[in-house]
Design a protein around this ligand. Structure first.
Ligand SMILES: C[S@@+](CC[C@H](N)C(=O)[O-])C[C@H]1O[C@@H](n2cnc3c(N)ncnc32)[C@H](O)[C@@H]1O
Length: 354
């Protein structure tokens, strides 16, 4: 089965719309054009030179009747080297690694000034899974320790992609960027020019409930976690709801890291109490301590337990995720899908604010 074309279509379009206000009239280069959904939503008013490896998707995109040419080809090799007209926009909506296509494009294509480009990047998944990932430069990178991996994952945009891009496009200057991190995906775009300076790109209005979660409330939330509360209870203590906290963690990796640290800190007094109980001869405490902390020298015996549902039948379950985080991710995925469909609540509210 072919992979899904879009996970966060709404987000892809929102980032693009903001920066496209700075693009001048002119053709768009659309590698990874797929079925042409992004091209259809955003570039209909331009000549579109697009390409994709998949012949069926090329046929679908051609059927959309864009002005321009759709070719079957490997975008990492830039299939439009014969085109001499300058592109005003390029949109690298790949599954995971858009940078090989960008590098060949940048080396071979004519660009308008200013030039606007977009990227869909899934390399954070590789960082999370193994620590081995492809840097935007093309170099293979391996971040082996957990601490390095976490840093590379959390600061992927700020410390890896953005600095690379600033250097790579020189002597062009980066005038504006927009990015959005969701799960392992990074969506971003930039306006670049041969002239120095900055351009104002209208900020997406911050959702009211995110604004409400100010520094003071974040402190209360983190302290509540350190005191051992679960995330939903800590949110209540800080006077916000879990959706607000979820957005804050997605928007701000440093805050997300502080949340993790606070939860680890909450374990400290329990560990001390467990250790004291073990020292005083409490056998379950001794076992728990040794199984957890002896680096494999002590292991729990293999216990096999069979569990069944009513009358020995299968267990009925409705899995909504084991942790608060997993549940919230699933709820937010439903909200994003509703948004992408343009659903409104009966009151006309954005579904994320309900
Ligand atoms: C995320 S989808 C693109 C969705 C598309 N932008 C749209 O709006 O419908 C990624 C596309 O990249 C194509 N692809 C993957 N590697 C490629 C490559 N090296 N050259 C060209 N196309 C490639 C896939 O066939 C797939 O259609």
């Amino acid at each position: 089965m072919a992979p899904k074309q879009h996970v966060d279509f709404y987000r892809k379009v929102a980032i693009r719309k903001a920066l496209l206000t700075k693009a001048i009239v002119g053709p768009a280069y659309i590698p990874f054009i797929g079925d042409g959904d992004v091209a259809d939503a955003l570039y209909r008013d331009r000549t579109i030179d697009g390409a994709d490896l998949d012949p069926e998707r090329v046929a679908t995109a051609k059927g959309r009747g864009f002005t321009g040419e759709i070719r079957q080809g490997d975008c990492d090799e830039y299939p439009f080297a014969d085109v001499k007209e300058a592109f005003a926009v390029a949109d690298f909506d790949s599954y995971a690694y858009p940078y090989a296509a960008f590098r060949t494009f940048w080396a071979k294509a004519e660009k308008s000034d200013p030039f606007v480009c977009f990227f869909t990047d899934g390399e954070r998944q590789a960082i999370k899974r193994s620590g081995a990932y492809r840097h935007p430069s093309g170099d293979s990178t391996d971040v082996s320790t957990i601490v390095e991996r976490r840093k590379a994952y959390n600061f992927y945009w700020k410390q890896i992609v953005e600095p690379w891009f600033q250097e790579y496009v020189k002597p062009w200057h980066v005038l504006a960027t927009r990015f959005y991190l969701r799960r392992d995906m990074l969506y971003w775009g930039a306006v670049v020019s041969r002239e120095e300076g900055a351009v104002e790109v209208e900020a997406e209005p911050k959702r009211e409930h995110v604004k409400k979660f100010n520094q003071k409330r974040r402190k209360v939330y983190l302290q509540a976690l350190r005191d051992g509360m679960r995330r939903t209870a800590a949110a209540q203590a800080a006077g916000v709801d879990f959706v607000t906290v979820w957005h804050a963690m997605k928007d701000d990796p440093e805050f997300a890291e502080a949340v993790d640290d606070a939860e680890v800190e909450a374990c400290d007094p329990i560990e001390t109490a467990l250790y004291d109980a073990a020292q005083s001869g409490n056998v379950p405490a001794i076992q728990t301590w040794l199984y957890g902390r002896s680096k494999g020298r002590w292991k729990p015996p293999n216990v096999k337990t069979e569990i069944s549902g009513p009358g020995g039948g299968p267990i009925e379950h409705n899995d909504v995720g084991a942790t608060d985080e997993a549940r919230i991710d699933r709820i937010m995925a439903i909200v994003e899908r509703a948004r992408a469909r343009g659903d409104r609540s009966p009151t006309g509210d954005d579904p994320a604010n309900i």
